[in-house]
Design a binder for this molecule. Structure first.
Ligand code: NAP
Length: 250
């Protein structure tokens, strides 16, 4: 496991002129990352299933005077490959470039034994946590390859690295997503400007963490804002040459 340099201080204009797509941008870490990327100069495309949530993030970015973001409502569970292709084509038409994707959206599903694991829920979790990042990466890689410096970030979790009882589809999907990241990193390592890495935020106070550990006091946990240096480091030029790695946010 890697960590970002201890003394890392992102430049205020780290992501100036870059176009960055954030999935699951309506809440938790995705919302915080979208606002942080915008605050560092990026034009952010906010993707998520609930327009109301995306609009709140949009308003916060616009209200702060940052580059106007875009909202792209999309439910990754129901999206076919054609929808991912349409998204890539829209980005190319509207912005002419794509410099990064934060694959942040995820479904926790339920924590239960494999013998009881609901078959439909297994498929839903795999669709959102693994198939969607695959399809989105596949559709957007031609555009990313054209960017002078492009970054893909996958969202990892400790349960990806060692299977743990009751983490079922979520754990398996996160392990496979890390492997997908390494495949993309290997395939883009030479003669491209594209890098791909995974980032494990660790326990952080978000709606998903509340769902997984309802008895926990969220005030005892790091807040999404505390993790943003790592999200900036891996998205911006300071991580040039770093690819195929799994990072811990702190
Ligand atoms: N919080 C932690 O302690 C922790 C630890 C390790 C890893 N992570 C990872 O960090 C990432 C962010 O999670 P979080 O903690 O910030 O939880 P979160 O607030 O629940 O965020 C998950 C995001 O995914 C979106 N999403 C879910 N289903 C979707 C779908 N069908 N289509 C599009 N978007 C969908 C959600 O959108 P809506 O809210 O609009 O439904 C939400 O914005 C996840 O990949 C998670 O696995 C979190």
């Amino acid at each position: 496991m890697k960590t970002i340099p201890a003394d890392y201080r992102p430049a205020p204009d780290l992501l100036r002129d870059r176009v960055i797509l954030v999935t699951g941008a309506g809440s938790g870490l995705g919302a915080e990352a979208a606002k942080t990327y915008a605050a560092h100069g990026a034009t952010v495309i906010l993707l998520g299933p609930i327009v109301r949530e995306l609009e709140m993030v949009y308003d916060a970015i616009e209200g702060a005077g940052h580059s106007q973001p875009a909202i792209y409502p999309m439910d990754l569970e129901g999206a076919h490959y054609q929808h991912h292709e349409e998204l890539a084509a829209t980005i190319e038409r509207e912005f002419g470039r794509l410099d990064g994707i934060l694959h942040n959206a995820a479904l926790l599903g339920a924590r239960m034994m494999i013998e009881q694991f609901d078959l439909k829920l297994w498929a839903r979790v795999m669709q959102i946590n693994l198939n969607a990042p695959f399809m989105l990466s596949r559709a957007c890689l031609p555009l990313l390859r054209q960017a002078p410096d492009a970054a893909l970030i996958f969202s990892s979790d400790a349960v990806a690295r060692h299977g743990k009882a009751y983490w079922g589809a979520y754990g398996a999907s996160k392990a496979a997503a890390d492997n997908l990241m390494q495949i993309i990193a290997d395939e883009t390592e030479t003669n491209t400007s594209v890098r791909a890495n995974s980032l494990d935020p660790g326990p952080v106070a978000t709606p998903m963490r509340r769902l997984a550990f309802p008895g926990e006091d969220p005030r005892t946990l790091p807040q999404p804002a505390d993790l943003m240096p790592a999200y900036l480091y891996l998205m911006g030029p300071d991580s040039q040459g770093v690819t195929g790695e799994i990072f811990q946010a702190r």
